[in-house]
Design a protein around this ligand. Structure first.
Ligand code: CP
Ligand code: NVA
Length: 310
């Protein structure tokens, strides 16, 4: 039997995302209404972190508990993972003692190798290349505020990092457009982003042009985890790629602003924008919890009907 994993956004079809967003709405509403929904009683999620996290750890751990299961946290410092045990061996062992695995690591290759040796579904909780759970939450947030993202334009301002790559994949799967503006030397690499074509994105030298008419403006840190050695150089190179109120002004009148967080006010975004009326960053963060509950339910149980709650 083939096991379904969520290692990059394009692992799921548009139809699967439509199902997952519908489930997210139902699960979120049940939870907000204080109705218990425990489809994963006795099931265990193992969370492996090779990089720091606040939101990802919290949302997966809380989410698993809210579904009736439990979550175990492993990091490289306190486990054999940091002492050279082959990732293939770790996958064999960990997946015999758990029902779902979430991994935050460096190269995508590590998570692919883990998944190839896992008996249970593996979820990408961020790699150097992708951050699919975050983009699921972002798109769910967009839908909650504005409806379908199909045919809309997302402006990406800043680094062509894991978030940018995942937005580009999502645009292909869900049929919207991404306007990308990065400093020279930091342009997107369509092959690394795992894209099929070039029809869903456009590159702009000037970030103002990328934002013009956009329905959503989004950015991320200038220096991602694992790239700290480049920080000083990046501070200089990215200075003109700060999302500010001028960029928001040329975007569509009802454009939203998103940031996966953690944010650095005064670097990639001004305080005026991230704390302003168009920003939905707190909804975006909260929705990590709800979309990932739908994701875990789907990966472990497949499609379910509307289960009665107590
Ligand atoms: N956005 C996000 O993944 O946050 P953490 O690094 O805190 O998990
Ligand atoms: N691009 C950032 C996202 C953090 C959630 C990083 O990889 O560090």
């Amino acid at each position: 039997m083939t096991i379904k994993h969520f290692l990059q956004f394009k692992d799921f079809t548009r139809e699967e995302f439509e199902y997952l967003f519908e489930r997210t709405g139902w699960i979120k509403n049940e939870f907000k209404s204080f109705r218990q929904y425990w489809p994963l009683v006795d099931r265990t999620l193992v969370m492996i972190f090779e990089k720091a996290s606040t939101r990802t750890r919290l949302s997966f751990e809380a989410g698993m508990q809210q579904l009736g299961g439990s979550a175990i946290y492993l990091n490289t410092r306190d486990s054999q993972l940091g002492r050279g045990e082959p990732v293939e061996d770790a996958a064999q062992v960990i997946s015999r003692m758990s029902d779902l695995v979430m991994i935050r690591t460096f190269e995508q290759d590590i998570i692919e190798r883990f998944a190839a040796n896992s008996r249970v579904p593996v979820i990408n909780g961020l790699t150097n290349e992708y951050h699919p759970c975050q983009i699921m939450a972002d798109i769910y947030t967009y839908i909650e505020h504005r409806g379908s993202i199909k045919g809309k334009t997302v402006a990406w301002v800043g680094d062509s990092n894991n978030m940018c790559n995942t937005w580009l994949q999502a645009a292909e799967v869900l049929d919207f457009k991404v306007h990308v503006s990065t400093p020279p030397g930091y342009e997107i690499e369509p092959e690394r982003a795992g894209l099929h074509g070039t029809g869903h994105f456009e590159q702009f030298a000037d970030p103002m042009d990328a934002c013009r008419g956009a329905d959503l403006v989004t950015t991320d840190v200038w220096t991602s985890m694992g790239f700290e050695a480049e920080n000083d150089e990046r501070m200089k190179d990215f200075a003109d790629w700060r999302v500010d109120s001028d960029m928001m002004r040329v975007a569509h009148g009802d454009a939203l602003f998103m940031h996966c967080l953690p944010a650095h006010r005064g670097e990639e975004v001004t305080a005026e924008v991230i704390d302003g009326p168009q920003s939905v960053v707190w909804d975006e963060a909260e929705n990590r919890l709800h979309v990932q509950k739908a994701l875990m339910e789907y990966l472990h149980l497949g499609r379910v009907g509307r289960i009665e709650t107590k």
